[in-house]
Design a protein around this ligand. Structure first.
Ligand SMILES: Cc1cc2nc3c(=O)[nH]c(=O)nc-3n(C[C@H](O)[C@H](O)[C@H](O)COP(=O)(O)O)c2cc1C
Length: 363
């Protein structure tokens, strides 16, 4: 039991949204959408169970049929998707919660089996990610070489995010988070190793950042000020992301974010040396110094460690992933000092309620 007041449990205004605490639910892909990638009643129950989060950030949600790279990930590009997500947002709001949608395009982190008509996935350049992809026909295979997008198609990606953002508004969300992290399409453009384009979307840092900034601008136009967040992972090397120039690239991006009336920036913290094999590991305090708006950080943090980030002023809020999977009432458990249910990794990406809606609350 702890009785000392915690910053994690203090309210926070993020743009137009007032969160009753700073314990955010991180975006978590759970692969449980229904036929046609439509959100289900079970998903509505899962999110509603977690409505006491300061803010729920939804699982990554493709804005286009070409944006999928995993099984059963719900979309936001058809009217059935909008209706399905409306059930989710209604259920969260009925429980007094707040929820934003994480807008997603996987780019090259896909396989022709996930693509309409079995075409090749797209990316900034014809460079495959290292690692392997799970395919619906069974097993894992090497990531394919993507087809490099033509310049006018890159503009089309911006349009897909604009439409996805507009659909998310129709579905009753409180805002959106553009997924610029974890090696998906925006980070593929940002990093030198995956982007060897010679048009205005490749080469200099200004050019590599152009797609993300154009998409953010388009999404902010749809939603207005204080309703759009962005997630970045400058310190991660997921999906073949290369570290060369990362600090320079992400410092530029984060400074440019100040020009937009965003709801927040959500930036993964630097991992401790023993947690990370990365050569580049820039402390979150560096990005805190560059960003003038509301900052959420995350990454394998216990509530106690998270509290340290807030009291040191290195972030305004913390997003928890695995802890929220296993503890639907996480803010209350933090208030009481635990105990915490342990997450069952074998059900992270499985089907049905097991390991999804059956974790107990304390009361
Ligand atoms: C099952 C699972 C699914 C995830 N899905 C997403 C996702 O859809 N979008 C995203 O940005 N990050 C995703 N992540 C990363 C988490 O949001 C978070 O950054 C990561 O788990 C580290 O935080 P944690 O230790 O608090 O879980 C996922 C992580 C897990 C474990």
């Amino acid at each position: 039991m702890t009785s000392s007041p915690m910053k994690l449990l203090e309210p926070l205004t993020l743009g137009k949204v007032v969160a009753p605490n700073r314990v955010m639910m991180a975006p978590l892909t759970r692969c449980r959408s229904g036929e046609g990638f439509v959100p289900t009643e079970l998903m509505a129950e899962y999110y509603a169970q977690r409505a006491s989060a300061g803010l729920i950030i939804s699982e990554a949600t493709p804005v286009s049929p070409f944006g999928h790279g995993y099984p059963n990930t719900p979309g936001i590009y058809t009217s059935r998707h909008v209706a399905g997500w409306r059930r989710v947002t209604d259920a969260v709001h009925a429980r007094g919660g707040r929820i934003v949608m994480q807008l997603w395009h996987v780019g090259r982190i896909s396989h022709s089996e996930y693509q309409p008509q079995g075409v090749a996935p797209v990316g900034p350049s014809a460079i495959a990610s290292d690692g392997t992809v799970h395919v619906p026909s069974g097993g894992r295979v090497a990531y394919p070489v993507p087809r490099a997008l033509e310049t006018d198609e890159v503009v089309g990606i911006v349009e897909q995010f604009r439409i996805g953002a507009s659909n998310a508004m129709d579905a009753g969300f409180d805002g959106v988070e553009v997924h610029g992290a974890n090696g998906y399409i925006f980070e593929q453009f940002l990093r030198q190793g995956s982007n060897q384009r010679s048009d205005r979307y490749g080469g200099s840092v200004e050019n590599r950042a152009r797609l993300l900034l154009e998409a953010l601008e388009a999404v902010v136009k749809e939603w207005g000020p204080g309703r759009v967040g962005v997630r970045l992972s400058p310190n991660a090397n997921y999906h073949g992301m290369q570290p060369e120039g990362a600090e320079e690239t992400f410092s530029y991006v984060v400074e440019r974010l100040n020009e937009l009336p965003l709801m927040y920036a959500h930036i993964m913290r630097a991992l401790e040396p023993e947690e990370s094999k990365l050569r580049v590991n820039t402390p979150i305090a560096h990005y805190r110094g560059l960003y003038k708006g509301t900052l959420i950080t995350n990454g394998r943090l216990s509530p106690k460690e998270a509290e340290g980030y807030l009291t040191r002023g290195e972030a305004d809020a913390v997003a928890f992933g695995k802890l929220f999977i296993a503890n639907p009432d996480l803010p209350n458990r933090i208030k009481l000092g635990g105990p915490y249910n342990a997450p069952d990794e074998s059900t992270f990406y499985s089907a049905g309620p097991k390991g999804y809606t059956d974790y107990p609350t304390l009361t």
